[in-house]
Design a protein around this ligand. Sequence first.
Ligand SMILES: C[S@@+](CC[C@H](N)C(=O)[O-])C[C@H]1O[C@@H](n2cnc3c(N)ncnc32)[C@H](O)[C@@H]1O
Length: 404
Amino acid sequence: MRLHRNLVFATIDALSEIFNEGKYADKVIEKTLKRDKRWGSRDRSFIAETTYDIVRWKRLYAEIAEVKEPFSRQNLFRLFAVWATLRGIKLPDWKQLEETPTRRIKGKFDSLSKIRKYRESIPDWLDETGVKELGEKKWEKEIHALNEQAPVIIRTNTLKTTKEALQKQLADEEIFTRPIKNHPEALVLEERANVFKTQAFKDGFFEVQDASSQLVAHFLDVQPGMRVVDTCAGAGGKTLHLAALMENKGQIVALDIYGNKLKELKRRARRAGAHNIDPRAIDNNKVIKKLKGSADRVLIDAPCSGLGVLSRNPDAKWKLQPEFIETLKQTQSEILEQYSKILKPGGKMVYATCSVLPSENQDQVEKFLNSEAGKDFKKVKDEKILSSETGYDGFYMALLEKSN
Ligand SMILES: C[S@@+](CC[C@H](N)C(=O)[O-])C[C@H]1O[C@@H](n2cnc3c(N)ncnc32)[C@H](O)[C@@H]1O
């Protein structure tokens, strides 16, 4: 691989914003890719993938390069030199990369690889939390899987097309996919590609959604004509799936505390041809009160640490703090207590997170079932999805039923 100066410089600029200014990697990359219209798809994927790689391996690379945050420009080039050296890429003779100690980099990599927190490039607290929650053996495998690059997976919008027709249409645009067993609407890309540019996407024939996440709407066991409340709808990944499973019949009230996320949901719903969604921002305490006892189904896709989706969002390793996870757990308990009231007697509710920590998952459900608010509920089933076992995002979902 030949390194191109303008692409490497753009990567260094992106890393500086992410590491030194605390900006979100996905937003920075999106902005960086708009910088030069002449960049082709290979150039764009070089910038995006290299930036994500260096974000993912920050701790390991910083240790190898012997640099500390905040990173000067020279130190960002050192991190880049580690990235390139470990991939066997020949370094060009630019002054920023002069005197890169190639042999020392390889030697340090070998010795640091013996220690998990360096090998997997994670903060101390995360390694300790993982071991405490999952046990040494499971955590070792899980964090390894969460450091792999996530595949691109799409969900067929069955309001507009079938999986087979979509697969064919994408193949006509040179995007080849295969189905995933037990995930009825999912297609995984054989090779990474910018699917947002396809006509099929513009026409609302699919959404990008991980395979594990695609199981949640099915878990809720919805039927056309039901009244469903999606209490933490965000930009609507699961709301849109629910609308498709309900064949646009019945009603989905989509709630979130952030109105701007619901605006995005509306835009996506228009593209998807989903007409049974009623977005409502939770901007006062009457919003929930009004819905009390009204729903056949309730989805709580709770705010969580996101530790199950680290492969998609590696900078969460550096942005998350243990205190924040504690605050999130408090929010999760409150949400379960409050939003469970929305369900009708005899109705069903799913509590889901994209975390792999039992303390955000089954422990929350048990706590709820043992509380006053949960006394009329029973757990029907739950699923603990580990990335190390499936190759997809880590997820948790529990189906609860309220007695009549
Ligand atoms: C895991 S995300 C939801 C993702 C979304 N369901 C999807 O499938 O795309 C959790 C959402 O909960 C929202 N949230 C946080 N606190 C909340 C609260 N107290 N009540 C309702 N929503 C909340 C966040 O804004 C965020 O959009």
